[in-house]
Design a protein around this ligand. Structure first.
Ligand code: PEP
Ligand code: MN
Length: 475
């Protein structure tokens, strides 16, 4: 394997995306105000470290090579209002519980990535919408404009607010996770009262009892190494890196290790920051999150987003749907993963339960014919969005499970492996998706429908998914 080399600095820079056509761009009334905000963000500290990003890179390599499984999940659109201790704790709790069920079912470590602490910007199918007979700009996420139709003008100050809300969220995550997983070792932290069918509840309860017994046993015998592994949890952060001005402002150089010099910050401690080493001796990290992905609407090979993504050391995701041609997928991997590093790219496939059999096999076969070894991850949410008779955007639990099980089967048949899932979920008891062991119907949707954007699996449905995946891998 060749040593890592950054792309030639002549060809890539944190701002080289500006020379390429861009989709889903936000146009601000006052470019000078935008520049001032971006400059301010560029002067603020990073939100995550290059060492953490490197650790995730190594773990995703394990996922790509079959030694671990990826669980990625969180809100479709985070709102600044979700930056509250309870909501953050609930989301971490459901992700951790799901991951324990998956560890149990798959007998493998699970790498956890939250769609959190920065998942603010949203691509939209139409730039405008009609509200009360008036045309207004679409809601583009809390870091662009407000959900209130009176606040739809893009406001650059929201980028700065996004930075501080991300910082507060990351800080709270670190605090909660630093406290460890101790609670989850108690069976009563697992609320299975929602499961309507007695046989399924007994089955889930059996798994939780065995799982918490095993964790308790490790506590008693003081199995230090393993105990440490189950007590402290890594949950990495991620978002769709859509607003490239913001992403660029948090893209920071780190000097590569040189003979006689340690790896470390590439900046002089000066204002404005000045590089103390040449850019070609640096790696560039997007320090706004550990993992970033390109959405299905912005993954044009010659576009600004692919240009930006190819130059950062972070592991990156690409959404892949029915409109991706297999040859185009291979080209995307050639650009984003020129060194053919397992796990550098995660392909997040999202076709819909009815279309996956038509599109996934050609994508898998095209990639297997190359030397790229991406993580194959199934997003069973975005291809399965429908509208309920009440007008609510929803998703059916059964369609979500159908896409995951088809994905597992297709990968197995072709000699590949589905190595992860990407879900829109929340730790709260919302009613946005139908089905699951609570048996929610279309009629239940209005009772607690909260989302600003796409419908999310609630706490109960998220646990149901974890139990279901664990069983699919046993099968
Ligand atoms: C999303 O993940 O919320 C999203 C917009 O997905 P996609 O890019 O796959 O449509
Ligand atoms: Mn979404």
């Amino acid at each position: 394997m060749a040593d890592h080399q950054a792309p030639s600095p002549a060809a890539w820079a944190p701002d080289s995306w500006k020379t390429k056509p861009i989709k889903q761009d936000v146009v601000y009334d006052d470019p000078a105000e935008l520049s001032a905000v971006v400059e301010r963000i560029a002067s603020l500290p990073p939100l995550v470290s290059s060492a953490e990003i490197e650790r995730l890179r190594a773990q995703l390599r394990d996922v790509a090579e079959g030694r671990a499984f990826l669980l990625q999940g969180g809100d479709c659109a985070e709102s600044f209002d979700y930056c509250k201790e309870g909501a953050i704790e609930d989301k971490l709790k459901v992700l951790l519980q799901m991951s324990l069920v998956l560890v149990w079912g798959l007998r493998q470590p699970v790498v956890r990535i939250a769609r959190m602490a920065g998942q603010y910007a949203k691509p939209r199918s139409s730039p405008f919408e009609t509200v009360d007979g008036r045309q207004v700009m679409s809601y583009r996420g809390d870091n662009v404009n407000g959900i209130d139709p009176a606040q739809r003008r893009p406001d650059p100050q929201r980028l700065l607010a996004a930075y501080f809300h991300s910082a507060a969220t990351v800080n709270c995550m670190r605090m909660v996770l630093g406290g460890g997983l101790a609670d989850l070792h108690r069976p009563d932290a697992w609320d299975l009262g929602h499961v309507r069918k007695e046989a399924i509840r007994r089955e889930y309860q059996g798994i939780v009892t065995r799982l918490t017994d095993a964790l308790g046993f490790m506590d008693v015998v003081g199995a230090t190494g393993q105990e440490a592994a189950v007590r402290t949890a890594d949950v990495y952060t991620s978002h769709e890196a859509l607003l490239l001005d913001y992403e660029q402002a948090l893209t920071r150089p780190v000097a590569k290790a040189q003979p006689g010099a340690r790896r470390g910050s590439a900046y002089e401690p000066s204002t404005p920051p000045r590089l103390r080493v040449a850019p070609e001796l640096c790696d560039f990290y997007n320090m706004s999150a550990h993992f970033i992905w390109i959405g299905d609407r912005t993954r044009q090979l010659d576009g600004a987003h692919v240009e930006y993504f190819r130059g950062v050391r972070n592991p990156v995701g690409v959404k892949v749907g029915p409109t991706m041609d297999p040859a185009e997928l291979v080209r995307a991997l050639d650009i984003l993963d020129p060194l053919e590093e397992p796990g550098r790219v995660t392909l997040i496939t999202r076709y819909g339960a009815e279309k996956i059999a038509q599109f996934l096999p050609a994508h898998v076969e095209a990639v297997l014919a190359t030397r790229h070894r991406p993580v194959w991850c199934c997003d069973p949410c975005h291809g399965n969005t429908t509208t309920a008779p009440s007008g609510h955007k929803t998703r059916s639990f059964d369609a979500i499970v159908a896409e995951i099980s088809a994905s597992i089967a297709i990968h197995r048949r072709l000699g590949s492996r589905l190595a992860g899932v990407h879900l829109e979920l929340t730790g709260e008891h919302v009613t946005e998706c139908t089905g699951g062991s609570q048996e929610l119907s279309h009629r239940d949707l209005p009772s607690n429908y909260q989302t600003f954007c796409d419908p999310r699996l609630n706490y109960e449905q998220s646990l149901d998914i974890a139990f279901t995946i664990a069983k699919l891998y046993e099968a």
